[in-house]
Ligand binder design. Structure first.
Ligand SMILES: [Zn+2]
Length: 220
């Protein structure tokens, strides 16, 4: 397995740009360190050359999220760019950023996808990907099909980039079943919204617990 390439400077990025074009098309994949993005990397790696992008947007759990993203990137031997824009949380208050009780971070996903698009343009990728699922669409307006369809349209019009959302039609339960089929190391992931040590109380912890129980049932 290759050494995971951690990118933290423009000179290192320039090194990547010198890599000869390979047969697989490039995709920039947003890695949060959670279950969905881990499964997304596993799926995308079959067809694409994946460039991981982790973004510190000021989330409370950035330490464990980043650690998980690094482990996933290393496991799948993909480069990982880590970007710090933590002051975003000053204008985007949420439960996840230490502000209000809402778990919706205002305009987070369109912001993250825009950063992924910038990275994609820089490295000559025609695709960006993020791991929103069917369950997310209930609570998060920027995970809904109507929104992401138009976002995809805008990215295509502006930059010739396509937005990939390989789990958009899957529930968390279905994603975990697929993770088992693909051998995704879910133990490397982190899901809690509010703590580096899973609180077992937030929606992310509850959803993870239910999903992993599904996995155990499916294995019997
Ligand atoms: Zn939690």
């Amino acid at each position: 397995m290759e050494q995971t390439q951690q990118i933290s400077s423009s000179s290192e990025l320039n090194g990547i740009l010198k890599i000869p074009r390979q047969s697989k098309p490039k995709v920039v994949a947003l890695l949060s360190g959670g279950i969905d993005s881990a499964v997304m990397v596993a799926k995308l790696s079959m067809k694409y050359k994946v460039y991981g992008l982790f973004i510190d947007y000021g989330q409370l759990t950035v330490t464990s999220d980043h650690e998980a993203a690094c482990k996933i990137a290393k496991y799948y031997s993909i480069p990982l760019m880590s970007l710090q824009v933590s002051e975003f949380s000053l204008i985007a208050q949420s439960l996840l950023t230490g502000g209000t009780q809402s778990k919706v971070v205002p305009a987070r996903n369109i912001f993250l996808v825009s950063l992924a698009a910038a990275y994609a343009i820089t490295i000559g990728a025609k695709y960006v990907a993020y791991g929103a699922n069917l369950d997310d669409s209930q609570d998060f307006p920027d995970c809904r099909l109507a929104f992401t369809t138009e976002l995809n349209h805008a990215l295509d019009l502006g930059y010739g980039i396509s937005l990939l959302m390989p789990m958009q039609s899957q529930s968390k339960r279905e994603i975990v079943i697929e993770a088992r089929l693909l051998g995704v190391p879910l133990e490397l992931t982190h899901s809690c919204y509010v703590s580096d040590v899973p609180c077992q109380q937030c929606d992310a912890c509850k959803q993870r617990k239910i999903a992993l129980e599904t996995k155990q049932e499916a294995m019997q």
